[in-house]
Design a protein around this ligand. Structure first.
Ligand code: PHE
Length: 396
């Protein structure tokens, strides 16, 4: 074993211990540890792929789900013989849902582990923090599900396999106007999150274009526990609905406190609502509300059906969410690009990624456009009996 391997094994063991303590379960490909081929194999060097994800902390379910999808894709590729005659090894780092961590861990992936590409993050603010490091090192980065437009504007090595928020905001504004028939909507924004600020802005632009009025624009800071002051202000505006482009932990508390205050209008949000914990924390208070996201396991192509079946087998009957599907697609699109590039060279993989066309992803056909984003449809879901009920698909 080389010195490098010894070092990374130690670091991984520590990270894995933290992860296990944090959520009390061990998944295949435990984060911090590596998933896939071993460097000691006789068939030459493994191809190391980096991943950074919020495996613990406030948005832990984002990172965990995304990682499960990503790790499964890597395992499937290896089972089918790997790439360029070599096995893939996924090196996963935890961002702990915290600012400051993405830069630290992505620097490690790039300099210590010499990964050929980086997959991550889910949250836009954390992708934005790491993107300049990948760009400078000329290591392609693919975010599975960060939707703020600025992420891929970080440079020509930065990609995503999902839609962006000008589209998602438009989808929900049109849903508010046309389906809910809302004329007055309040918007409640997490000012600590690039995602939330962007999605709020794009929603407002389209909703006012539709002839609607924004009645009450209030702010919170992700991690706050008491939202009653702002919710009282929102209630006094008598809105027909409330748009909360936040993440599930905050959204669940917001819905609980809104209900306590008697603010009984439909709440709407975006993909940041998607977590099994939204319903666990929010219970009855999130019932009947709506959000848009990337994927629903009940609707989709043959590729999606195969993914759902394999995922259930792999993860004890668990149904995949959009994060898992996007994570899977990020690794699958990378593998496809490495294959077409015939190389793991950063520039060549970048060029191949940029040329991705009609790739058959779990979340739909993926074509990387000139802004290195994917143009894809969104689904709108409603929370019914504690489950996410599919309502409709909106095409771009
Ligand atoms: N789109 C969100 C962001 O950019 C992250 C997210 C994706 C959350 C998918 C949940 C599901 O921050």
């Amino acid at each position: 074993m080389t010195k490098m391997n010894l070092f990374s094994t130690t670091v991984c063991a520590v990270a894995a211990a933290v992860f296990l303590a944090g959520c009390g379960k061990s998944e295949p490909g435990a984060p911090g540890a590596t998933t896939g081929g071993s460097s000691s194999g006789a068939s030459g060097e493994v191809i190391k792929v980096g991943e950074f994800a919020s495996l613990t902390g406030k948005e832990a379910t984002f990172g965990q789900s995304s990682h499960e999808g990503t790790a499964m894709a890597i395992e499937e590729i290896n089972a089918a013989g790997g790439l360029l005659g070599r096995k893939l090894e996924l090196v996963t780092e935890d961002t702990q849902s915290k600012a400051g961590e993405p830069a630290t861990v992505v620097n490690k992936l790039v300099s210590r582990d010499n990964v050929v590409a980086v997959l991550g993050e889910v949250a836009s603010s954390r992708s934005l923090e790491a993107a300049p490091i990948c760009q400078q090192s000329k290591i392609p980065m693919i975010s599975p599900s960060s939707t703020n437009p600025k992420v891929t504007e970080s440079g020509d090595f930065i990609f995503r396999v999902c839609f962006i928020d000008p589209f998602q905001g438009t989808v929900m504004a049109n849903f508010a106007s046309k389906t809910l028939n809302a004329k007055k909507v309040a918007v409640f924004t997490d000012v600590k999150s690039d995602y939330s600020k962007g999605l709020a802005k794009f929603f407002k632009e389209q909703f006012t274009k539709n002839g609607g009025t924004i009645a009450g624009e209030l702010d919170y800071n992700g991690g706050d526990k008491d939202f009653k002051g702002q919710l009282t202000a929102i209630k006094s505006e008598n809105p027909d609905a409330v748009f909360v482009p936040g993440y599930y932990t905050d959204v669940a508390l917001i819905c609980i406190q809104a209900k306590q205050l008697g603010l009984n209008v439909p709440f709407m949000g975006g993909d940041g609502w998607e977590s099994e914990d939204l319903v666990k924390i929010g219970q009855g208070a999130v019932e009947n509300h709506y959000f848009s996201t990337h994927y629903h396991p009940d609707v989709g192509s043959e590729t999606s059906k195969k993914f759902v079946a394999n995922y259930k087998k792999h993860y004890n009957g668990k149904t995949p969410d959009a994060l898992a599907a996007c994570g899977f697609d990020s690794a699958a699109v990378l593998a496809d690009a490495i294959k077409r590039a015939g190389s793991t060279d950063g520039q060549k993989v970048r060029d191949a990624l940029a040329a991705t066309k009609d790739f058959d992803g779990v979340t739909g056909k993926i074509t990387i456009n000139e802004k290195r984003d994917a143009t894809k449809s969104a689904v709108i879901l409603q929370i019914k009996d504690g489950k996410y009920k599919y309502l409709t698909t909106v095409n771009p």
